[in-house]
Write a protein that binds this ligand. Structure first.
Ligand SMILES: Cc1cc2nc3c(=O)[nH]c(=O)nc-3n(C[C@H](O)[C@H](O)[C@H](O)COP(=O)(O)OP(=O)(O)OC[C@H]3O[C@@H](n4cnc5c(N)ncnc54)[C@H](O)[C@@H]3O)c2cc1C
Length: 370
């Protein structure tokens, strides 16, 4: 019996891995593609995120990363439409934008407004009566906010939808982790799992915070580590808020459809620590309630911990390996991986299919000699 050899093996079953498989399969329906890994690992970032699509709240300079995120935001409506048409699994997507209270700017209000103006980013300043009309539940202490263009997606629905769409397109999901690789010089032949070898022509390493562990098996030092985020979801009526709220480490994302509001998040450099700490969650709620007081006594639906994959320079690691001729990376998406999903899928698919026009040097794995 001849062993099956996949055209592409994607290692990692979060939104990054699944969206690459989805995009490749859409472009090359005749290719055989598999996705390896435990999609429901409880620390998976893709299911832990708030789903904020906020390039304008997160970036402070006009660099390649900012432009990449902005392009991704523009791609979202079409991407979700295409996905839902194939999967049949609905994905909530909003473009109502974010509000940022002036206290979140830590004295840099004018500087940020100048950035929005300079880069033609739609925004409005709301204060006084207008602020109370737009956000009736906002704290009386909050005197001024800037509304800025942006979006929000229910990332769990996105992940579900991607998995179902990939399956319907014929992507083979193998719910086992890669434990090692069979190699022949600079070529990878197969990924080893506890259910056998998965052979492939091309491999894509997209295992989020676990990417460095797998790279180490390939004798590669990939400087990506987990940055822990604790979050919670509160029962709040849909009509309390139309926008996401973006502070520095406080954000509030209404999930709609009676699913309450997500409140986040911490940024903790504590390895693979899965703990959820009551006092930390209480602190998040208290900080968020300074902006939206009704959150203070809202019933808690759930709390969780997730791990953001962070590269040393906090840029994504995307592109072709310099060390292995059939290996690609897409990892290190850190705080904005949900936002980057559509654009990184196009970018990686372009590299794998050799249709990409340019290599983005800032993201290139070569910067770490990978
Ligand atoms: C608390 C929190 C809030 C966030 N909020 C936002 C937000 O509002 N907006 C935004 O844009 N981004 C946000 N992010 C960031 C975003 O979630 C991540 O950047 C993105 O989900 C990374 O996706 P991924 O697929 O690379 O990683 P993951 O989702 O972590 O997926 C990696 C997958 O690889 C699998 N895996 C692990 N080891 C192996 C192995 N050996 N073999 C095969 N598979 C393996 C894991 O089981 C997992 O399923 C947030 C993240 C966190 C933690």
């Amino acid at each position: 019996m001849t062993e099956k050899i996949f055209d592409v093996v994607v290692i990692g079953s979060g939104v990054i891995g699944h969206s690459i498989a989805f995009r490749l399969k859409r472009s090359r329906p005749e290719w055989s593609i598999s996705v390896l890994g435990d999609a429901m690992n409880s620390l998976t970032a893709s299911r832990a995120a708030a789903g904020m699509l906020a390039p304008f709240g997160e970036s402070e300079e006009d660099n390649r990363f900012f432009r990449f995120c902005r392009e991704s935001l523009e791609k979202y409506p079409q991407f979700v439409e295409e996905l839902v048409e194939i999967s049949g699994v609905p994905v909530f997507l909003s473009h109502s934008g974010s509000i940022m209270p002036d206290a979140a700017f830590e004295g840099r209000w004018e500087e940020r407004l100048e950035f929005f103006r300079e880069h033609d980013i739609a925004h409005e300043i709301w204060e006084g009566k207008r602020l109370r009309e737009k956000v009736p539940h906002i704290s009386p202490e909050c005197k001024r906010v800037v509304w800025v263009r942006g979006g929000q997606v229910n990332n769990r629905q996105l992940h579900d939808s991607l998995q179902v769409a990939s399956m319907k397109l014929g992507v083979e999901t193998i719910p086992h982790n890669a434990l090692g690789f069979q190699r022949d010089g600079s070529a990878i032949g197969s990924a080893s799992t506890d259910s056998g070898e998965v052979a492939g022509r091309k491999f894509i390493l997209a295992s989020g915070s676990w990417s460095a562990q797998l790279a180490a098996v390939l004798d590669v030092n990939l400087p990506v580590k987990p940055i822990k985020g604790q979050m919670c979801r509160l029962k709040v009526a849909d009509d309390v808020l139309d926008y996401t709220v973006h502070g520095f480490l406080t954000y509030i994302a209404p999930w709609r459809g009676g699913q309450g509001f997500v409140v986040g998040s911490t940024m903790e450099d504590r390895g693979f620590d899965p703990a959820i700490e009551d006092e930390v969650i209480r602190g998040l709620i208290e900080r968020a309630a300074e902006i939206l007081p009704c959150l203070k006594d809202a019933p808690l639906i759930e709390s969780w911990t997730g791990l953001r994959p962070a590269a040393r320079d906090r840029m994504p690691v995307m592109g072709k390996s310099a060390r292995y001729k059939n290996l690609y990376y897409s990892t290190g998406h850190f705080r904005n991986g949900i936002l980057q999903t559509p654009n990184q899928a196009d970018y990686i698919a372009g590299l794998v299919l050799e249709t990409a026009n340019d290599v983005i040097a800032e993201f290139d794995p070569k910067r770490y000699d990978l």
